[in-house]
Structures are given as C-alpha cells and as structure tokens.
Design a protein around this ligand. Structure first.
Ligand SMILES: *[C@@H]1O[C@H](CO)[C@@H](O)[C@H](O)[C@H]1NC(C)=O
Ligand SMILES: *[C@@H]1O[C@H](CO)[C@@H](O)[C@H](O)[C@H]1NC(C)=O
Ligand SMILES: *[C@@H]1O[C@H](CO)[C@@H](O)[C@H](O)[C@H]1NC(C)=O
Length: 617
C-alpha cells in the first residue's frame, strides 16, 4: 500500500470519478506488484536468488514448524533441510557440478522435494520429467534434458525399463530412489552414510537472472513436450507476488495434489509455501474421492486446482460435510465459468484466486474473486493497472490462417473491449517476470513463440497461443487455445465457449468440443465427445443446444464416450479426437448427428450421405 499514492499521483484526477475504474481491486494488485518488486530487489541485493533461499528463509525462521505432511507423516523445515543437504552432498560426491542438469522422474512424494532442493543447493538444474510419460515422449523429454544422471522413482521403474536401451544410449546413469525395491539396471540412491551438513555456500553464490532452476516441460498436447527453462529469478519473484496478492502466511496449510513436475504444483504450490513459511499437505495425486477428507483431516486453508479439477469435484455426489472445512482460498488456473459459482456455493469457498500464467511465458493475470462480479474471469486490470502495466496486449488474430493480423502500417492491431484476440505479453530481459528464457536447446521452438516489431519497431512479445477478450470493466476472459477455435459456415467457433454452454445441461457429465474436417466441405464441423448420465434424452439435448447456441456452433456430430482423456495438467485432450474425425468405421464410440432439429444415429449410410454432399448440414 505504501507506494500507491506515489503512483496514483501520476494518474489524471478525472479518472477517479468513474465507478468503473475498480480502484480497490487495482490498488490491491498494484501494491502486491510493488511489494514483490521491493522484496525481489532485496533478494538480488543479498545475493539470494537461488530458489533454495526461499526455502532457507523459512527454515531459519521456523526450523521446527511443519513444512510438509505426506500420507500421515509430518516433516519440519529442519527435516527437509537435512534430507536435501544429504542429496546435495551425494550429488557432489557423484561429480555433479554447478550448471549440470539432473533428470528427475518422480511422483509427488517427499523424496521429490529432497532431490529438487539438493540439486538446486549445489547450483545444478533439475529436469522435471512428466511421470505419466512412456514411450517416445519420455525418451524425447530425457534427451532434451541433455543430462547424464537420471534419478528414478522406484515406482516408475517399469516405464524406464521399457526404454532402457535408448536411455542408456543417451549416456544416462540411472539411480533409483523413493522406495525399497531394487533393479538390476539402476543403482539405489543411498544416502545413509552421507553427511547432512550444509552444502558449500559458494555453489549458490552469484546466481544470476540467467541461471535455470529447473526445466519444466510443456504438456505436449499437440506435439512432443518442450523443455521450458524456468529461472531462479522467476521462481523467486513469482511467489513474492502471489503470496501478497492472496495474503498467504506461515499459518496457511496448502493442499497440493497437482503434479510437482509441473509449474502449478512446483512454483505456485511449493515455492509459494516455502517463500511464506506455510505448510504443504502433499497428495501423491489428485483424487476427487479423497480431496475433501484430506483437506478436513489436515486443516487445509488453501487448495490448488487446475484445468478440470473443480468440475470433477462438483461431479461427485453432494455430501453433508461439503462445507465443513477451513479452506479460505482456492487458487489455480482453468476454472471454467460454468463451474465457478456452483463450486463456490456448494463448497462454501470465500475466495477464488484464478490466475493465468504459462510455465515459460512472460506476464501473468490474476483474479481476486469473492462474489458473482468477475466470476469466470481469468484476470482483471482496471484503468489504473492497465495504465501502469502495458505489457499485456490482446491483438487481432486470424482464426483461419492462425496468424496475427497486421494493419497497413505493418503493426499488429490491439482489440477493442469485448473483441477476441491473441494475448501477447511483453518480453523484456531486464525484468525477471518478463524475461522469456525459451526452450532448452531448441531455438526454433523458442523463436516461434517470439514476435517482434509488434506495436512499434524493435519491441518483442511472447505469443501465448491463447485467445482472450477483455471487457469494458477490465475483466479478462479465456476464449480458446489458438488452433482449437475453428471456422464453420464462415463463422468462428470457440470450443471453450460451446463446451461451457453444453456442460450446463444437467445430464452432461463432461463435454469436449472440437472441429473435424468433412471431405468435400470447407472449414471444420463441430463435434462433441460427451460423457452423459444414463438419463440423457438426446432430443431434448438438441433442443437445449439449438436454443442456447448460434446454429453454426451447435455440434453436428456427437460421440458418446465413457470418459474423456486428460493431460497431466487436467486439460482435455483433443488431438486424437480431431484426428479420428467423423467416420463411424474408425470411431468405436456410438455416434449421433444433428439431422434437422434432433440428434439421430450416425452410421455408415449417414456418413455416405454427408461426405457425398447429399445431407444438409
Ligand atoms: C486441526 O485443528 C484442530 C482444532 O484446532 C486441532 O485440534 C487439530 O490437531 C488440527 N489437526 C492438524 C492435523 O493440524
Ligand atoms: C472470425 O475471425 C476472423 C479472423 O480470423 C474475423 O475477420 C471475422 O470477423 C470473425 N468473424 C466473426 C463472425 O466473428
Ligand atoms: C524443437 O521443438 C519442436 C517443436 O516445436 C520439435 O518438433 C523438435 O523436435 C524440437 N527439437 C529438439 C532438438 O528437441
């Protein structure tokens, strides 16, 4: 709050007059940003940029405070410090040096954190490998890490064993950790005789903006995972902001059921908790069945969600204890607007903190939401905040070519309030939160995300690949992923928007919308993979869809599916569905099509009529 009057003084007085300016919200955002900037410069001045200093700060303040609870076992900050020192000393004894990369293939468990901190304490970098991977995406991830040491969770040994020859050819030595089992292809990581003394301090001294704390991979929904370079500075400054914005403290108990190999769990879960001395209640993985019991039993005050998690929690049958918990904040990314208010009301969550940020990107948005106003928005910038932060732009985008539209003067065109476009975030290597570190050893993938001469000669922006719109009150809403939105009958169809409308139909459990090509037809036709309740009446559903969506957005095809595949970050997978198209001889699920005003079975004969152009779509 301190710095605000100074900033506000620069704003024309007339701007205060309008009630639309949302000054309290802006003030909270700006004071959090300023506070985190000041804290960050303190971190830089004291040469404490290495992210392990975030943990250390709390360890020194509260050595005997509970840092972690995992499956009923409790670990203090001191316990974790000693265990990670052991890993650091073990790594040093194995010849790992500052700047080296160590691949970590481990589920959510305390050993993950010991390794992570141990690796960073000696100035090395962890490559966090997605534990769901097998086959080609796994070997690709291990290869792009360019590491020679792999620490493997004993419970994931079979995924490694299946690819052993390839992994060994990459020059990896494999160590197993996290359980008693032994394997002939892996050396047990044994720290029993290793010192738990602090690792040499000089190994983290002089850490710069350029040093990478971890490689965090993209989920690879459209191709192979890319290794995003996550710097120590970003891992340090981000939590300074989020902690202030959501008012976190050492009294908070944060439930982390998101995978630690991803930035949501690692940075917004762990780094945030360490930065504020909070306790993390860690779950091996997300489970809708155990979620609330875990939170109640552990006095959780903050929960994290991502993607479709809140929908899964809502889909569970109501329970008399739904509101019996001490949760004050649910924060995360990707809560769909159709879920938002129902989630808040049913579970009695006072504060929803939806944020928008990408693992590797620059810039972020956040929504501090306590009621219906602003629900469904991924972020907010009032007039004052927009004036001060010019790093976020929504630019006109051509859905068909998937390119940004440039005007006669050659520059991109900013969208007006309400218009959808691609979100671009400023790249500025002088600012830790705006410094795009790119993908590890992949300059072509890195260059694809950067656009230059955007609004003036020489400027540089990160292409988020997300279509957003900002309303006149400053709320940002998610439109769709670039590439998901498709064109049909010369109209643009946002898969996210259609899905949001159809998901509200009571007999729909889950809906995944995508566009498919039909031979001989322009554009892509809408298709819905739907998990429906047995009581579903498809004719009534068709009426609902026709009433609530423009005709061109109503899915032409439906596949009744028992479940919808999701990514490790709880987002729906579309690629496989798009590739399978609309041919009933390929698709195993039962199919329907919109024939006039109702959904009718779609089999070989109907398919023939459609592709030959005889059927009216
Ligand atoms: C939760 O809070 C209650 C009441 O303050 C307390 O008795 C209990 O020990 C706490 N449980 C945990 C796991 O912290
Ligand atoms: C659809 O998107 C294109 C850009 O790809 C735009 O020119 C057009 O106006 C949009 N159409 C509608 C109906 O929104
Ligand atoms: C770089 O990324 C692209 C995807 O953008 C991928 O196809 C390619 O294999 C990557 N190259 C390397 C060397 O990993």
């Amino acid at each position: 709050m301190v710095a605000l009057p100074l900033v506000a003084a620069a704003v024309p007085v007339a701007m205060y007059a309008s009630s639309k300016l949302s000054l309290p919200q802006d003030a909270h955002l700006i004071s959090s940003l300023i506070g985190s900037k000041i804290a960050y410069s303190g971190i830089v001045k004291s040469d404490a940029l290495n992210v392990t200093h975030r943990f250390d700060g709390s360890y020194r303040k509260y050595p005997d405070r509970e840092a972690l609870v995992f499956e009923g076992r409790s670990y203090t900050y001191r316990d974790i410090n000693l265990a990670s020192n052991k890993i650091g000393n073990w790594l040093l004894a194995k010849g790992v040096k500052r700047g080296d990369i160590v691949s970590l293939f481990m589920q959510n468990k305390p050993e993950f954190l010991f390794c992570w901190l141990g690796i960073n304490k000696i100035g090395a970098t962890g490559a966090f490998i997605n534990t769901n991977l097998a086959g080609k995406p796994l070997t690709h991830s291990l290869k792009t890490a360019s590491a020679t040491m792999l620490i493997m969770d004993t419970e994931l040994a079979s995924q490694v064993a299946n690819l052993l020859e390839e992994i060994q050819q990459m020059g990896y030595s494999i160590y197993s950790y996290g359980g008693p089992e032994q394997f002939d292809f892996a050396t047990p990581l044994d720290v029993s005789g290793v010192s738990d003394a602090d690792t040499p301090e000089h190994l983290r001294r002089g850490t710069t903006n350029d040093e990478i704390a971890m490689l965090i991979y993209t989920s690879g929904t459209t191709g192979l995972p890319k290794a995003g370079r996550f710097s120590h500075s970003r891992a340090s400054v981000g939590p300074q902001f989020w902690g202030r914005f959501y008012k976190l403290s050492e009294k908070d108990r944060i439930y982390v059921s998101l995978p630690l190999y991803h930035s949501a769990g690692a940075v917004l879960g762990m780094c945030v908790a360490w930065s504020w001395g909070a306790t993390v209640v860690l779950a091996r993985k997300f489970s809708a069945t155990h979620f609330w019991d875990d939170c109640r039993r552990n006095n959780v005050t903050v929960i994290q969600y991502i993607g479709e998690i809140c929908r899964y929690l809502l889909n569970a049958p109501e329970h008399p204890l739904d509101k019996a918990h001490s949760i004050r904040l649910a924060h995360g990314n990707g809560m769909r607007p159709d879920v938002w208010n129902r989630f808040r009301d049913r579970f009695g969550i006072p504060l929803i903190g939806e944020w928008y940020a990408s693992t590797e990107g620059t810039g972020a948005l956040s929504n501090y939401n306590t009621g219906v106003a602003g629900s469904g928005a991924i972020g907010h910038r009032g007039a004052l905040a927009s004036l001060l932060d010019k790093g976020l732009k929504i630019a006109k985008f051509d859905v068909q070519t998937e390119e940004l539209i440039r005007g006669k003067n050659g520059y991109c065109i900013e969208c007006k309030a309400g218009e959808p476009g691609e979100l671009l975030t400023l790249i500025d290597s002088a600012e830790p939160t705006r410094d795009f570190k790119g993908y590890h050893q992949n300059s072509s993938a890195t260059n694809k995300k950067v656009i230059t001469d955007v609004f003036k000669t020489g400027d540089k922006y990160f292409r988020t690949g997300d279509i957003l719109r900002r309303d006149k009150d400053g709320y940002f809403y998610f439109g769709d992923r670039v590439g998901d939105t498709f064109r049909w009958k010369s109209e643009n169809v946002s898969t996210a928007e259609v899905s949001e409308v159809l998901s509200q139909y009571p007999d729909c459990i889950e809906v995944n919308i995508y566009g498919v090509q039909i031979p001989g037809h322009d554009g892509r036709a809408g298709m819905a993979a739907i998990v429906a309740k047995p009581s579903m009446n498809w004719d009534q559903f068709a009426q609902y869809a026709l009433k609530n969506l423009p005709r061109y957005s109503v899915p032409i095809f439906i596949r009744k599916t028992p479940e919808i595949e999701i990514t490790g970050t709880f987002k729906q997978r579309k690629v496989e569905l798009v590739n399978e198209g609309m041919d009933p001889s390929v698709i195993k699920d039962e199919m329907l099509w919109l024939d006039g005003h109702s959904y009718k079975p779609f089999k070989a004969a109907e398919h023939k009529r459609v592709v030959s152009g005889q059927a009216k779509l």
